[in-house]
Each structure stands twice: as structure tokens, then as C-alpha cells.
Design a protein around this ligand. Structure first.
Ligand SMILES: [Zn+2]
Length: 387
């Protein structure tokens, strides 16, 4: 068996940063053997400038929206943004497929090894079958009407079926889109179909989501009117959208809450408490570039850290980002919040992401027996796939 030996200014193990006196040993298939002191590592060491890290995990993307690159202007706020996505997402099929292929390739070269990917259709299936990346396909249900809930869920189960069984690099599950697009009966149907599954949900991207549930008023009423609904189809609860909707899940699912731009500390405490009683885990996905693109605001990362919430990173899609790069998400958070240690950010990008997608048996850290890939971060924190 031939081995490869890697050394750099630092090695990030998935948990901690080691100094230059360490060498990562892998077999020729990329399986981690061990990390040795330089003096025990022998000859033929490949040396790099920068940090060697396990491959990155992108916990939230919409690969099928890759053709919307540069289509939607930044800083519009969520509701005009949603209208743009609804009206601009239809395009020539060939162009859409071409953009999907390019975005997949871009993520691979940026050192991303697994993606939690929202799917409204099965258009990304062929690209994913050929991809070296692992895909958790989140088949995203939209359903505002109780009376149509079951028929609607059957439609999405058809898409789920199209993704299931064919390729070993994919896992798929049904997920809700967001509190402002899922009726009570639709939530109930998803809960019943997702025991022990991974469930992602867009959460509190805009303050209007809370107002919709707390008072039944606000900007979403206009959005519903444009979609042909006379008013809010959702119950008025007097609570935030998260506190109103999270209780729909109680079958030991693993929840990924995406964005959390307007999540309060009270919401975080509520979510952690609900998780202890009813879920197998809860993870807060930060999409910093998308939050700056849409709302020009950062989520409450300091309060998530204070409450020991588990954080992961996502790029969201080309409809709300300038690139699909976890390294770029890290650079943005460092610029906005320089007090967060790089080691912690790298944990979010690797081992935490692998845990949330339930791929930590193989990915997320340089532990013996795993095949996590290697990404090199240079001194400017630009990423390049090494293996
Ligand atoms: Zn999204």
C-alpha cells in the first residue's frame, strides 16, 4: 500500500488547529491513517502554504436555482426577493442544466464534499448521479391550503421517489419550505412522514414571519394576495413563527433551521428545549452572504454561541449569493465578527456539517478510517481542493 503525506503551516483536524510540526498520512484512496509528528513521518512529504482542512460541508443550497446568478438584485428584502424567485425561475431547460453542472463543479473545486440541497423538482438528478459530492436532497414541500395537503404531499413524494435508490452518494427526505408557506395539515403530513429523518426549514429570514403568526398582519398578506389568497391561511398564535411551527415536529427528527436572521434569544432557548423533549438534534445554519444579499443583516451568531446551539454553514443558492463557497462564508463571518476564533468557524464548516447531514462516519474530520477529502485554505482564506 502506498501512502501520501501532507504538511502545511497548520492542519485543522475537524476539531483543532495543529502547528506545522504535524504530518497527515492517508492511503492512496484518501483514507486517513494517522497524524504523526514530523520527525516520525519519514520522506516524500507534500508541503503546502496555509491550512489543510477536511473537505467542507455546505448544509444549505438550492442547486436547481443556479441559473439565477446575477438575476435578482441584492438588498430588496425577503418578500420582493421571493416574488423575483417565483417569476424568474423558469428558463430554458438546457440553460438551467448547464448552470447546474457549472455550480456543481465550482463547489467541488472549492473543497465542498457534501451538500444539503433543497429540491422542488428532480432536475438536478443526472448531475448528482455523476458528482463526487455527497448529496442530501431535501424535497421541499410548499402547501398553504389544508384541504389540498394530502394531494400535495403525494406530488412531492413522487419527486422523493425519483431521487431514491439509484445512486449511493444521495440520501433524500421530505422537508417543509418555511412557516409562511406550510399549512397546519401539511406540517402534520410532513411530521408523520419524517420520523428519524433530517428535516430542514427556512426560518425567520424577515420580521414579517413573526408578525404573520403573532398578529396575522404584515407584509406577507400582500404576498398572499399576489398569489391569489385573500388573507393569511395560517393561525394567529400570539407567538413567533418558530415557536408556532417547531412544535409540529415531534418524531425524533434532526432539524436544520436555515437563516435565523431575526431569531431571538427566547426563540433559541425554546428551540433547544423542544429538541430535548421531541427531536434528535437541532442545528442553526448560517448563510451569511445570503443574509447580507437579501436583508443586509447578520443572524444572531453571538446568542447562538452563548446558548451552545450547534451551528453549521450554508451558501444558499445563486439567487442570493455571488458564489457557492463555504470558504467565502467563513471570510464574510470573519469580516463581520472578527472575534469568532477561526478554529470554531472551521468546526462549523466541517465536523458540525458532517454531523447534521449524518455523514460523520466518513466526512468532517481527519480521524482514522474516514475519507473526508482535503481542502487547502491559503493565507487569504481562499479554498482549493487538494483531494
Ligand atoms: Zn434557501
Amino acid at each position: 500500500m502506498k501512502y501520501r503525506k501532507f504538511q502545511a503551516d497548520k492542519i485543522f483536524t475537524g476539531f483543532e488547529l495543529l502547528d506545522a510540526g504535524h504530518v497527515l498520512i492517508m492511503d492512496e484512496d484518501g483514507k486517513v491513517m494517522e497524524i504523526l509528528a514530523e520527525m516520525d513521518a519519514g520522506e516524500e512529504i507534500e508541503r503546502f502554504r496555509g491550512i489543510l482542512s477536511p473537505g467542507f460541508i455546505n448544509a444549505h443550497c438550492h442547486l436547481e436555482l443556479s441559473h439565477l446568478k446575477n438575476c435578482i438584485p441584492p438588498h430588496t428584502g425577503l418578500i420582493p426577493f421571493l416574488m423575483d424567485v417565483v417569476t424568474k425561475r423558469n428558463h430554458d431547460q438546457e440553460l438551467i442544466l448547464d448552470c447546474i453542472e457549472k455550480a456543481e463543479r465550482e463547489m467541488e473545486l472549492e473543497g465542498i464534499v457534501a451538500v444539503g440541497d433543497i429540491c422542488n423538482t428532480s432536475i438536478t438528478f443526472q448531475t448528482k448521479c455523476k458528482s463526487k459530492i455527497r448529496w442530501n436532497n431535501f424535497i421541499e414541500v410548499l402547501g398553504m391550503k389544508d384541504e389540498k395537503a394530502e394531494a400535495n404531499l403525494l406530488h412531492y413524494e413522487g419527486i422523493l421517489h425519483a431521487f431514491t435508490g439509484a445512486a449511493t452518494n444521495m440520501k433524500s427526505s421530505l422537508v417543509p419550505h418555511a412557516p409562511y408557506s406550510i399549512s397546519n395539515k401539511t406540517f402534520e403530513g410532513i411530521n408523520n412522514r419524517t420520523r428519524h429523518s433530517i428535516v430542514s426549514m427556512h426560518n425567520q429570514e424577515n420580521p414579517a414571519e413573526d408578525e404573520l403568526y403573532a398578529k396575522g398582519t404584515g407584509d406577507f398578506i400582500q404576498f398572499f394576495n399576489k398569489l391569489g389568497l385573500p388573507g393569511s391561511p395560517f393561525p394567529v398564535t400570539g407567538k413567533s413563527s418558530l415557536q408556532s411551527c417547531l412544535p409540529h415536529f415531534n418524531k425524533q427528527q434532526r432539524l436544520i433551521l436555515v437563516h435565523n436572521t431575526f431569531t431571538t434569544e427566547e426563540d433559541i432557548v425554546f428551540a433547544l428545549d423542544h429538541t430535548r423533549k421531541h427531536l434528535s438534534g437541532i442545528h442553526f445554519c448560517i448563510c451569511a452572504n445570503a443574509n447580507l444579499y437579501i436583508e443586509n443583516r447578520m443572524p444572531p451568531i453571538d446568542r447562538l454561541i452563548k446558548n451552545k446551539a450547534e451551528i453549521v454553514l450554508g451558501t444558499d443558492s445563486y439567487s442570493s449569493n455571488w458564489q457557492l463557497s463555504i470558504a467565502s462564508e467563513i471570510r464574510t463571518i470573519r469580516k463581520e465578527l472578527p472575534e469568532i476564533p477561526l478554529q470554531l468557524l472551521l468546526q462549523w464548516a466541517t465536523i458540525n456539517g458532517a454531523r447534521v447531514l449524518e455523514r460523520d462516519d466518513a466526512l468532517g474530520s481527519f480521524e482514522t478510517g474516514k475519507k473526508p477529502g482535503i481542502v487547502l485554505l491559503d493565507n487569504a482564506l481562499e479554498a482549493r481542493k487538494i483531494i
